[in-house]
Write a protein that binds this ligand. Structure first.
Ligand SMILES: [Zn+2]
Length: 204
């Protein structure tokens, strides 16, 4: 749907799915962290580490997965081990304490240089698109942390003449009267909406 567009993704999801789905990491801002990154649990230093290789080693040691001809296969449940080898427990390369996921779960969350680079990339995109035709596609954003996506999107829609908002939200498909003429609301299933929009774009 957006592969030929100049786009940017801001997400509060931490499940790494945008990268798994092939989105360009340079056009992503995962501001609440990412399961794909480790950080020191203390934390003793301000750096995150890609954890894919180590996670795959753990999964292999537990018989969860096997790699055949470069493809990952999932083993039958009966063969799973619930523990990993203790040698695979990730340790901080600086202080030796255990590592943990880089998630904004408490005050130990690390915002490293990479995180700030993505903040800047997002800000640059927002600045660059001011005055230009822009669609804000807001998918499933609730009221847990509305100050990150929901409220800024509403402000941008209100203040920028050429900005429109598409809000897909099963529970809260509503918006303020001030932006209702520039907003399209959906409360149907996200998958169905995106599929329909993609088909409509293909036909146009
Ligand atoms: Zn450490």
């Amino acid at each position: 749907m957006i592969k030929n567009k100049d786009y940017f993704v801001i997400t509060t999801n931490v499940d790494h799915q945008f990268q798994l789905a092939g989105f360009d990491k340079a056009r992503l801002f995962y501001m609440q962290g990412d399961y794909g990154l480790f950080q020191c649990s203390v934390p003793c230093h301000n750096k995150t580490y890609d954890n894919k290789d180590l996670i795959f080693k753990m999964l292999k040691s537990q018989n969860f997965i096997i790699e055949k001809n470069g493809k990952i296969e999932i083993f039958g449940k009966s063969k799973w081990k619930t523990k990993i080898d203790s040698a695979l427990i990730p340790k901080c390369p600086v202080c030796g304490r255990e590592m943990e996921m880089n998630l904004r779960a408490d005050d130990k969350f690390i915002q490293d240089d990479g995180w700030y680079a993505h903040v800047q990339a997002y800000q640059n995109f927002v600045d660059k698109t001011k005055g230009q035709k822009l669609v804000l596609l807001e998918i499933g954003v609730g009221y847990n942390t509305p100050a990150i996506i929901k409220y800024p999107f509403e402000r941008m829609t209100y203040f920028n003449k050429n900005t429109n908002l598409i809000r897909i939200n099963k529970d809260y498909a509503v918006c303020s009267d001030k932006i209702s003429c520039k907003t399209i609301l959906f409360n149907e299933d996200v998958f169905d909406i995106l599929k329909s929009l993609t088909n409509a774009i293909k036909k146009s």
